[in-house]
Design a protein around this ligand. Structure first.
Ligand SMILES: *Cc1c(COP(=O)(O)O)cnc(C)c1O
Length: 419
Protein backbone atom coordinates (compact mmCIF):
# COMPACT_ATOMS: atom_id res chain seq x y z
CA UNK A 1 0.00 0.00 0.00
CA UNK A 2 2.93 2.39 0.52
CA UNK A 3 3.46 3.14 -3.16
CA UNK A 4 -0.23 3.76 -3.82
CA UNK A 5 -0.74 5.44 -0.48
CA UNK A 6 -3.88 6.54 1.33
CA UNK A 7 -7.16 6.16 -0.55
CA UNK A 8 -9.64 8.91 0.25
CA UNK A 9 -11.62 9.01 -2.99
CA UNK A 10 -14.49 6.63 -2.19
CA UNK A 11 -17.03 8.63 -4.23
CA UNK A 12 -15.11 7.71 -7.39
CA UNK A 13 -15.01 4.03 -6.58
CA UNK A 14 -14.50 1.74 -3.59
CA UNK A 15 -12.21 -1.25 -3.20
CA UNK A 16 -13.88 -4.66 -3.40
CA UNK A 17 -14.49 -5.92 0.14
CA UNK A 18 -12.54 -9.18 0.71
CA UNK A 19 -15.81 -10.89 1.73
CA UNK A 20 -17.33 -9.85 -1.61
CA UNK A 21 -14.37 -11.20 -3.56
CA UNK A 22 -14.56 -14.48 -1.67
CA UNK A 23 -18.23 -14.85 -2.56
CA UNK A 24 -17.53 -14.14 -6.23
CA UNK A 25 -14.58 -16.44 -6.87
CA UNK A 26 -16.38 -19.80 -7.22
CA UNK A 27 -18.65 -18.30 -9.90
CA UNK A 28 -15.73 -17.77 -12.27
CA UNK A 29 -14.69 -21.41 -12.18
CA UNK A 30 -16.72 -24.04 -10.40
CA UNK A 31 -20.14 -22.48 -11.03
CA UNK A 32 -19.59 -20.97 -14.46
CA UNK A 33 -23.00 -21.80 -15.91
CA UNK A 34 -25.26 -19.48 -17.86
CA UNK A 35 -28.13 -18.47 -15.58
CA UNK A 36 -30.46 -18.70 -18.58
CA UNK A 37 -29.62 -22.37 -19.24
CA UNK A 38 -32.70 -24.23 -18.06
CA UNK A 39 -31.72 -27.72 -19.12
CA UNK A 40 -28.89 -28.63 -16.73
CA UNK A 41 -27.39 -28.18 -13.29
CA UNK A 42 -24.71 -25.71 -14.41
CA UNK A 43 -27.47 -23.30 -15.35
CA UNK A 44 -29.55 -24.06 -12.26
CA UNK A 45 -26.64 -23.32 -9.91
CA UNK A 46 -26.00 -19.99 -11.62
CA UNK A 47 -29.68 -19.11 -11.57
CA UNK A 48 -29.95 -19.93 -7.88
CA UNK A 49 -27.01 -17.63 -7.08
CA UNK A 50 -28.60 -14.85 -9.14
CA UNK A 51 -31.90 -15.29 -7.26
CA UNK A 52 -30.13 -15.01 -3.91
CA UNK A 53 -28.31 -11.85 -5.00
CA UNK A 54 -31.59 -10.38 -6.26
CA UNK A 55 -33.07 -10.90 -2.79
CA UNK A 56 -30.04 -9.32 -1.14
CA UNK A 57 -30.03 -6.21 -3.34
CA UNK A 58 -33.82 -5.85 -3.09
CA UNK A 59 -33.70 -6.07 0.70
CA UNK A 60 -31.23 -3.16 0.87
CA UNK A 61 -33.84 -0.80 -0.61
CA UNK A 62 -37.02 -2.43 0.68
CA UNK A 63 -37.99 -3.75 -2.75
CA UNK A 64 -39.38 -7.02 -4.06
CA UNK A 65 -36.71 -9.21 -5.64
CA UNK A 66 -38.54 -9.49 -8.94
CA UNK A 67 -38.42 -5.69 -9.34
CA UNK A 68 -34.61 -5.65 -9.59
CA UNK A 69 -33.20 -5.46 -13.15
CA UNK A 70 -29.46 -6.14 -13.52
CA UNK A 71 -27.45 -3.64 -15.58
CA UNK A 72 -23.80 -2.82 -16.27
CA UNK A 73 -23.76 0.02 -13.74
CA UNK A 74 -25.54 3.18 -12.74
CA UNK A 75 -24.84 4.96 -16.03
CA UNK A 76 -26.87 2.29 -17.81
CA UNK A 77 -29.51 2.27 -15.05
CA UNK A 78 -29.98 6.05 -15.37
CA UNK A 79 -30.20 5.76 -19.18
CA UNK A 80 -32.67 2.89 -19.02
CA UNK A 81 -34.89 4.61 -16.45
CA UNK A 82 -35.09 7.96 -18.22
CA UNK A 83 -35.04 6.88 -21.87
CA UNK A 84 -37.19 3.85 -21.15
CA UNK A 85 -39.95 5.84 -19.44
CA UNK A 86 -39.91 8.72 -21.95
CA UNK A 87 -40.19 6.30 -24.87
CA UNK A 88 -42.90 4.13 -23.31
CA UNK A 89 -45.13 6.98 -22.09
CA UNK A 90 -44.67 9.29 -25.08
CA UNK A 91 -48.40 9.38 -25.78
CA UNK A 92 -49.08 10.48 -22.20
CA UNK A 93 -46.52 13.29 -22.11
CA UNK A 94 -42.92 14.18 -22.92
CA UNK A 95 -41.91 16.46 -20.06
CA UNK A 96 -39.12 15.46 -17.65
CA UNK A 97 -37.97 17.29 -14.52
CA UNK A 98 -34.47 16.94 -13.08
CA UNK A 99 -32.01 19.28 -11.35
CA UNK A 100 -28.75 20.98 -12.26
CA UNK A 101 -26.41 19.01 -9.99
CA UNK A 102 -27.33 15.50 -11.17
CA UNK A 103 -24.61 13.10 -12.33
CA UNK A 104 -23.72 13.34 -16.02
CA UNK A 105 -25.42 9.99 -16.61
CA UNK A 106 -28.73 11.76 -15.94
CA UNK A 107 -27.92 15.17 -17.41
CA UNK A 108 -26.45 13.86 -20.67
CA UNK A 109 -29.38 11.47 -21.10
CA UNK A 110 -31.78 14.40 -20.67
CA UNK A 111 -29.78 16.49 -23.15
CA UNK A 112 -29.94 13.64 -25.66
CA UNK A 113 -33.72 13.44 -25.33
CA UNK A 114 -33.97 17.21 -25.82
CA UNK A 115 -31.67 17.21 -28.87
CA UNK A 116 -33.60 14.42 -30.54
CA UNK A 117 -36.92 16.09 -29.80
CA UNK A 118 -38.17 13.24 -27.60
CA UNK A 119 -38.61 15.31 -24.46
CA UNK A 120 -38.59 18.77 -22.96
CA UNK A 121 -36.64 18.98 -19.73
CA UNK A 122 -36.86 21.33 -16.75
CA UNK A 123 -33.61 21.63 -14.78
CA UNK A 124 -34.44 22.77 -11.24
CA UNK A 125 -31.88 25.06 -9.59
CA UNK A 126 -30.34 24.34 -6.18
CA UNK A 127 -29.60 26.63 -3.23
CA UNK A 128 -26.10 27.37 -1.91
CA UNK A 129 -26.08 24.01 -0.12
CA UNK A 130 -27.13 22.04 -3.19
CA UNK A 131 -30.77 21.48 -2.17
CA UNK A 132 -33.72 21.81 -4.50
CA UNK A 133 -36.76 23.81 -3.39
CA UNK A 134 -39.80 21.55 -3.15
CA UNK A 135 -42.07 24.42 -4.23
CA UNK A 136 -40.01 24.73 -7.42
CA UNK A 137 -40.70 21.05 -8.03
CA UNK A 138 -44.44 21.42 -7.36
CA UNK A 139 -44.64 24.36 -9.76
CA UNK A 140 -42.65 22.61 -12.49
CA UNK A 141 -44.98 19.59 -12.72
CA UNK A 142 -47.51 19.92 -15.56
CA UNK A 143 -50.06 17.52 -17.04
CA UNK A 144 -47.38 16.64 -19.62
CA UNK A 145 -44.81 15.59 -16.99
CA UNK A 146 -44.06 11.86 -17.04
CA UNK A 147 -40.91 11.63 -14.94
CA UNK A 148 -39.01 13.39 -12.15
CA UNK A 149 -35.35 12.38 -11.73
CA UNK A 150 -33.70 13.71 -8.56
CA UNK A 151 -30.71 12.01 -6.99
CA UNK A 152 -30.33 10.85 -3.39
CA UNK A 153 -26.82 12.08 -2.51
CA UNK A 154 -24.66 14.32 -4.66
CA UNK A 155 -21.40 12.69 -5.63
CA UNK A 156 -19.29 15.86 -5.36
CA UNK A 157 -20.58 17.83 -2.39
CA UNK A 158 -22.45 15.07 -0.53
CA UNK A 159 -25.74 16.96 -0.18
CA UNK A 160 -28.69 14.68 0.64
CA UNK A 161 -31.95 15.62 -1.12
CA UNK A 162 -35.30 15.20 0.68
CA UNK A 163 -36.24 12.18 -1.44
CA UNK A 164 -39.19 11.04 0.69
CA UNK A 165 -40.85 14.44 0.21
CA UNK A 166 -40.01 14.41 -3.49
CA UNK A 167 -41.53 10.95 -3.85
CA UNK A 168 -44.67 12.03 -2.05
CA UNK A 169 -45.15 15.05 -4.32
CA UNK A 170 -44.65 12.90 -7.42
CA UNK A 171 -47.07 10.23 -6.20
CA UNK A 172 -49.74 12.84 -5.41
CA UNK A 173 -49.40 14.32 -8.88
CA UNK A 174 -49.32 10.97 -10.67
CA UNK A 175 -45.76 11.41 -11.96
CA UNK A 176 -43.12 8.66 -11.85
CA UNK A 177 -40.12 9.28 -9.60
CA UNK A 178 -36.63 8.06 -10.55
CA UNK A 179 -33.82 8.37 -7.99
CA UNK A 180 -30.10 7.91 -8.71
CA UNK A 181 -29.21 6.50 -5.29
CA UNK A 182 -25.63 5.45 -6.04
CA UNK A 183 -23.93 7.59 -3.40
CA UNK A 184 -25.08 6.80 0.08
CA UNK A 185 -26.71 3.49 -0.78
CA UNK A 186 -24.40 1.62 1.58
CA UNK A 187 -24.53 4.19 4.40
CA UNK A 188 -28.02 5.72 4.49
CA UNK A 189 -31.32 3.82 4.71
CA UNK A 190 -33.62 3.77 1.67
CA UNK A 191 -37.08 2.28 1.35
CA UNK A 192 -38.68 2.48 -2.08
CA UNK A 193 -42.21 2.01 -0.73
CA UNK A 194 -42.01 4.45 2.19
CA UNK A 195 -40.30 7.00 -0.06
CA UNK A 196 -42.61 6.49 -3.06
CA UNK A 197 -39.69 5.78 -5.40
CA UNK A 198 -40.69 4.12 -8.70
CA UNK A 199 -37.25 3.67 -10.27
CA UNK A 200 -33.92 3.56 -8.43
CA UNK A 201 -30.39 3.37 -9.85
CA UNK A 202 -27.63 1.46 -8.09
CA UNK A 203 -24.07 0.41 -8.80
CA UNK A 204 -21.89 -2.15 -7.03
CA UNK A 205 -18.53 -0.41 -7.29
CA UNK A 206 -19.49 2.50 -5.03
CA UNK A 207 -20.39 0.07 -2.24
CA UNK A 208 -17.43 -2.33 -2.12
CA UNK A 209 -18.62 -4.52 -4.98
CA UNK A 210 -17.17 -5.07 -8.48
CA UNK A 211 -17.08 -2.48 -11.28
CA UNK A 212 -19.36 -2.77 -14.30
CA UNK A 213 -22.26 -4.16 -12.26
CA UNK A 214 -25.43 -2.26 -11.48
CA UNK A 215 -29.15 -2.55 -11.05
CA UNK A 216 -32.32 -0.63 -11.69
CA UNK A 217 -35.29 -1.05 -9.38
CA UNK A 218 -38.48 -0.89 -11.46
CA UNK A 219 -41.73 -0.82 -9.47
CA UNK A 220 -44.13 -3.53 -10.65
CA UNK A 221 -47.12 -2.59 -8.50
CA UNK A 222 -48.74 0.57 -7.14
CA UNK A 223 -48.13 1.89 -9.81
CA UNK A 224 -46.75 -0.60 -12.32
CA UNK A 225 -43.92 1.11 -14.20
CA UNK A 226 -43.40 0.22 -17.86
CA UNK A 227 -40.17 0.73 -19.79
CA UNK A 228 -39.10 0.47 -23.39
CA UNK A 229 -35.75 -1.38 -23.30
CA UNK A 230 -32.61 0.20 -24.74
CA UNK A 231 -30.76 -3.14 -25.12
CA UNK A 232 -32.58 -5.77 -27.20
CA UNK A 233 -32.06 -9.51 -27.65
CA UNK A 234 -33.11 -12.55 -25.69
CA UNK A 235 -35.61 -10.91 -23.37
CA UNK A 236 -33.67 -11.39 -20.13
CA UNK A 237 -34.71 -9.43 -17.06
CA UNK A 238 -38.42 -9.39 -17.86
CA UNK A 239 -37.59 -8.01 -21.29
CA UNK A 240 -36.15 -4.83 -19.85
CA UNK A 241 -32.47 -5.65 -20.28
CA UNK A 242 -31.29 -8.43 -22.54
CA UNK A 243 -27.87 -10.03 -22.31
CA UNK A 244 -26.28 -12.99 -20.54
CA UNK A 245 -26.04 -12.23 -16.84
CA UNK A 246 -22.66 -11.48 -15.26
CA UNK A 247 -23.08 -14.09 -12.55
CA UNK A 248 -19.86 -13.55 -10.53
CA UNK A 249 -20.47 -9.79 -10.36
CA UNK A 250 -24.13 -10.28 -9.51
CA UNK A 251 -23.11 -12.57 -6.64
CA UNK A 252 -20.62 -9.92 -5.51
CA UNK A 253 -23.21 -7.16 -5.69
CA UNK A 254 -25.59 -9.26 -3.62
CA UNK A 255 -22.98 -9.93 -0.96
CA UNK A 256 -22.00 -6.23 -0.93
CA UNK A 257 -25.65 -5.28 -0.38
CA UNK A 258 -25.99 -7.80 2.43
CA UNK A 259 -22.88 -6.47 4.19
CA UNK A 260 -24.08 -2.88 3.71
CA UNK A 261 -27.44 -3.63 5.27
CA UNK A 262 -25.84 -5.35 8.27
CA UNK A 263 -23.15 -2.73 8.93
CA UNK A 264 -24.89 0.49 7.83
CA UNK A 265 -25.76 1.97 11.22
CA UNK A 266 -22.33 1.43 12.83
CA UNK A 267 -20.37 2.26 9.71
CA UNK A 268 -22.20 5.54 9.08
CA UNK A 269 -21.40 6.70 12.60
CA UNK A 270 -17.79 5.62 12.45
CA UNK A 271 -17.15 7.24 9.07
CA UNK A 272 -18.97 10.44 10.03
CA UNK A 273 -16.82 10.68 13.15
CA UNK A 274 -13.63 10.37 11.09
CA UNK A 275 -14.91 12.90 8.55
CA UNK A 276 -15.72 15.34 11.40
CA UNK A 277 -12.24 14.96 12.78
CA UNK A 278 -10.75 15.82 9.40
CA UNK A 279 -13.10 18.77 8.93
CA UNK A 280 -12.53 20.15 12.42
CA UNK A 281 -8.76 19.81 12.07
CA UNK A 282 -8.69 21.64 8.74
CA UNK A 283 -10.93 24.46 9.97
CA UNK A 284 -9.00 24.85 13.23
CA UNK A 285 -5.56 24.97 11.65
CA UNK A 286 -6.19 26.93 8.46
CA UNK A 287 -7.90 30.24 7.75
CA UNK A 288 -9.81 31.07 4.54
CA UNK A 289 -11.27 27.58 4.12
CA UNK A 290 -14.90 27.05 3.06
CA UNK A 291 -17.14 24.02 3.28
CA UNK A 292 -19.04 23.14 0.09
CA UNK A 293 -22.38 21.36 0.35
CA UNK A 294 -24.80 21.09 3.22
CA UNK A 295 -23.43 21.36 6.79
CA UNK A 296 -25.95 18.80 8.15
CA UNK A 297 -27.80 16.96 5.36
CA UNK A 298 -24.61 15.44 4.10
CA UNK A 299 -23.12 12.05 3.17
CA UNK A 300 -21.21 10.75 6.24
CA UNK A 301 -17.97 10.23 4.29
CA UNK A 302 -18.01 13.40 2.19
CA UNK A 303 -15.90 16.47 2.87
CA UNK A 304 -15.63 19.09 0.12
CA UNK A 305 -13.54 22.12 1.01
CA UNK A 306 -12.30 25.20 -0.85
CA UNK A 307 -8.82 26.34 0.24
CA UNK A 308 -8.76 29.97 -0.90
CA UNK A 309 -5.58 31.10 -2.71
CA UNK A 310 -4.51 27.53 -3.42
CA UNK A 311 -5.05 25.94 -6.83
CA UNK A 312 -6.88 22.67 -6.22
CA UNK A 313 -4.77 20.99 -8.89
CA UNK A 314 -1.54 22.11 -7.22
CA UNK A 315 -2.76 20.88 -3.87
CA UNK A 316 -3.86 17.62 -5.45
CA UNK A 317 -0.44 17.07 -6.99
CA UNK A 318 1.26 18.02 -3.76
CA UNK A 319 -0.80 15.44 -1.93
CA UNK A 320 -0.46 12.65 -4.46
CA UNK A 321 3.25 13.29 -4.87
CA UNK A 322 3.17 13.73 -8.65
CA UNK A 323 4.38 17.33 -8.90
CA UNK A 324 7.43 17.55 -6.74
CA UNK A 325 9.75 14.97 -5.30
CA UNK A 326 8.94 15.96 -1.75
CA UNK A 327 6.66 13.04 -1.06
CA UNK A 328 8.96 10.49 -2.63
CA UNK A 329 12.18 11.82 -1.13
CA UNK A 330 10.67 12.02 2.34
CA UNK A 331 8.99 8.66 1.64
CA UNK A 332 5.61 10.12 2.43
CA UNK A 333 2.76 7.92 1.22
CA UNK A 334 0.77 9.76 -1.46
CA UNK A 335 -2.88 10.66 -0.87
CA UNK A 336 -5.68 9.95 -3.35
CA UNK A 337 -8.40 12.65 -3.37
CA UNK A 338 -10.24 14.60 -6.11
CA UNK A 339 -10.30 18.26 -7.02
CA UNK A 340 -13.32 20.36 -7.94
CA UNK A 341 -11.77 21.19 -11.27
CA UNK A 342 -10.87 17.90 -12.82
CA UNK A 343 -13.61 15.54 -11.82
CA UNK A 344 -15.97 16.32 -14.72
CA UNK A 345 -13.58 16.08 -17.61
CA UNK A 346 -10.01 16.19 -18.77
CA UNK A 347 -10.21 19.96 -19.10
CA UNK A 348 -9.65 22.19 -16.10
CA UNK A 349 -13.14 23.62 -15.96
CA UNK A 350 -14.47 24.27 -12.52
CA UNK A 351 -17.07 21.74 -11.44
CA UNK A 352 -20.59 22.44 -12.71
CA UNK A 353 -21.88 21.28 -9.33
CA UNK A 354 -19.91 23.90 -7.40
CA UNK A 355 -20.97 26.53 -9.97
CA UNK A 356 -24.61 25.56 -9.45
CA UNK A 357 -24.17 26.11 -5.70
CA UNK A 358 -22.98 29.63 -6.48
CA UNK A 359 -19.35 28.99 -5.57
CA UNK A 360 -17.31 31.57 -7.49
CA UNK A 361 -14.96 30.38 -10.20
CA UNK A 362 -11.86 31.37 -8.21
CA UNK A 363 -12.95 29.47 -5.12
CA UNK A 364 -14.24 26.49 -7.13
CA UNK A 365 -10.75 26.01 -8.52
CA UNK A 366 -9.41 25.63 -4.98
CA UNK A 367 -11.72 22.84 -3.88
CA UNK A 368 -10.83 19.31 -2.85
CA UNK A 369 -13.21 16.39 -2.32
CA UNK A 370 -12.28 13.93 0.42
CA UNK A 371 -14.27 10.70 0.32
CA UNK A 372 -13.91 8.53 3.41
CA UNK A 373 -15.06 4.95 3.40
CA UNK A 374 -15.18 1.55 5.05
CA UNK A 375 -11.42 1.12 5.06
CA UNK A 376 -10.48 4.63 6.21
CA UNK A 377 -8.74 4.66 9.58
CA UNK A 378 -7.94 7.18 12.30
CA UNK A 379 -4.30 7.00 11.23
CA UNK A 380 -5.34 7.89 7.65
CA UNK A 381 -7.21 10.94 8.90
CA UNK A 382 -4.36 12.12 11.12
CA UNK A 383 -1.88 11.72 8.27
CA UNK A 384 -4.09 13.40 5.65
CA UNK A 385 -4.86 16.30 7.99
CA UNK A 386 -1.17 16.86 8.64
CA UNK A 387 -0.26 16.71 4.96
CA UNK A 388 -3.12 18.98 3.86
CA UNK A 389 -2.23 21.63 6.42
CA UNK A 390 1.45 21.48 5.49
CA UNK A 391 0.76 21.60 1.73
CA UNK A 392 -1.76 24.45 1.95
CA UNK A 393 0.65 26.50 4.07
CA UNK A 394 3.49 25.79 1.64
CA UNK A 395 1.42 26.80 -1.40
CA UNK A 396 0.09 29.91 0.32
CA UNK A 397 3.63 30.96 1.21
CA UNK A 398 4.24 31.03 -2.55
CA UNK A 399 1.04 32.95 -3.27
CA UNK A 400 1.29 36.73 -3.70
CA UNK A 401 -2.52 36.93 -3.57
CA UNK A 402 -2.65 35.32 -0.15
CA UNK A 403 0.05 37.67 1.11
CA UNK A 404 -1.86 40.69 -0.22
CA UNK A 405 -5.07 39.47 1.37
CA UNK A 406 -3.28 39.12 4.68
CA UNK A 407 -1.99 42.71 4.30
CA UNK A 408 -5.57 43.88 3.86
CA UNK A 409 -5.44 44.66 0.13
CA UNK A 410 -8.78 44.16 -1.62
CA UNK A 411 -8.05 41.00 -3.55
CA UNK A 412 -11.17 41.10 -5.70
CA UNK A 413 -10.27 44.42 -7.30
CA UNK A 414 -6.74 43.20 -7.96
CA UNK A 415 -7.68 39.76 -9.21
CA UNK A 416 -10.26 41.08 -11.66
CA UNK A 417 -7.69 43.24 -13.40
CA UNK A 418 -6.06 40.14 -14.79
CA UNK A 419 -8.95 39.66 -17.18
C1 LIG B 1 -20.61 6.84 -10.07
C2 LIG B 1 -21.96 7.40 -10.27
C3 LIG B 1 -22.73 7.04 -11.38
C4 LIG B 1 -22.21 6.16 -12.48
O1 LIG B 1 -22.11 4.85 -12.05
P1 LIG B 1 -21.31 3.75 -12.92
O2 LIG B 1 -21.70 2.46 -12.32
O3 LIG B 1 -19.87 4.09 -12.73
O4 LIG B 1 -21.76 3.89 -14.32
C5 LIG B 1 -23.99 7.57 -11.48
N1 LIG B 1 -24.50 8.39 -10.55
C6 LIG B 1 -23.79 8.76 -9.47
C7 LIG B 1 -24.39 9.68 -8.46
C8 LIG B 1 -22.49 8.29 -9.30
O5 LIG B 1 -21.79 8.68 -8.24
Amino acid sequence: MVTKGIYMDNHATTPVDPRVLEAMLPYFSEYFGNAASRSHGFGWDAEKAVDTAREQVARLVGAKAKDIVWTSGATESDNLAIQGVVEFYKDKGTHVITQVTEHKAVLDTCRHLERTGQATVTYLPVDKYGMIDLDDLRKAITDKTVLVSIMFVNNEVGTIQPIAEIGKICRERGVLYHCDAVQGLSLLPIDVDAMCIDLLSMTAHKMYGPKGMGALYVRSKGPRVRLTPIVHGGGHERGMRSGTLNVPSIVGFGRAAEIAKDSMADESQRIARLRERLRAGIFEQLDEVYLNGHPVHRHPGNLNVSFAYVEGESLLMGLNGSVHALAASASLPPIAVSSGSACTSATLEPSYVLKALGVGEDLAHTSIRFGLGRFSTEEDVAYVLDRVVTEVRRLRDLSPLYEMAKEGIDINSVAWQRE
